[in-house]
Design a protein around this ligand. Structure first.
Ligand code: HEC
Length: 116
C-alpha cells in the first residue's frame, strides 16, 4: 500500500469511529425506561416552593403531570426543544437540577412523556 493510501484509509477508519461515538453521546446520554411517578416526580420537590398548588405552574405531585402536558412544556418529537428543558437550562433555573437528572427527564420525554 502506498503511504498516501494508508493515511487516507486510517483517516476514514478514524472518521467512522468518531461518528459512532457522537451517535452514542447524543442518544445514549438520555435515560431509558423512565417512570414518571418514580423517577421524574421526586425531582420536582425542589420546585414546589415556587411552583406550589394554586400557583400558575403547579408542580406538586397531584398536578405536575397535567401542568406539564396542558402547558405544552414537553415536546416528544424534539425533547431538547421542550420548554421544560429550556427553562431548566436557563440562568434562573440552572442550579436546581444536574445534568444526570435532566437526562432522566429527557429520556422520559423521548419515551413519549407518559404518566407511568
Ligand atoms: C425560586 C423560585 C423557583 C424555583 C425554586 C423554581 N422555579 Fe420555575 N419559575 C419560577 C418563576 C418566577 C418562573 C416564571 C418566570 C420564568 O419563566 O423564569 C418560572 C418558570 C418556570 C417554567 C416556565 C413555565 C411556562 O409556562 O413557561 C418552568 C417549566 C419551570 N419554571 C420549571 C421549574 C422546575 C422544573 C423547577 C424545579 C426543578 C423550578 N421551576 C423551580 C420560579 C422558580
Amino acid at each position: 500500500m502506498k503511504p498516501g493510501v494508508a493515511i487516507i484509509s486510517s483517516l476514514i477508519v478514524l472518521f467512522i469511529f468518531a461518528s459512532c461515538e457522537k451517535e452514542t453521546l447524543n442518544t445514549g446520554g438520555w435515560a431509558k425506561n423512565v417512570a414518571f411517578q418514580k423517577d421524574v416526580l421526586p425531582m420536582f420537590q425542589v420546585c414546589t416552593d415556587c411552583h406550589g398548588s394554586g400557583s400558575n405552574f403547579d408542580l406538586t405531585s397531584a398536578n405536575a403531570y397535567n401542568s406539564l402536558i396542558e402547558g405544552a412544556l414537553v415536546n416528544i418529537t424534539a425533547p431538547e426543544e421542550s420548554q421544560l428543558i429550556k427553562t431548566l437550562n436557563g440562568s434562573a433555573h440552572s442550579s436546581y437540577l444536574n445534568q444526570e437528572q435532566k437526562n432522566i427527564i429527557l429520556g422520559w420525554i423521548n419515551e413519549g412523556a407518559k404518566n407511568n
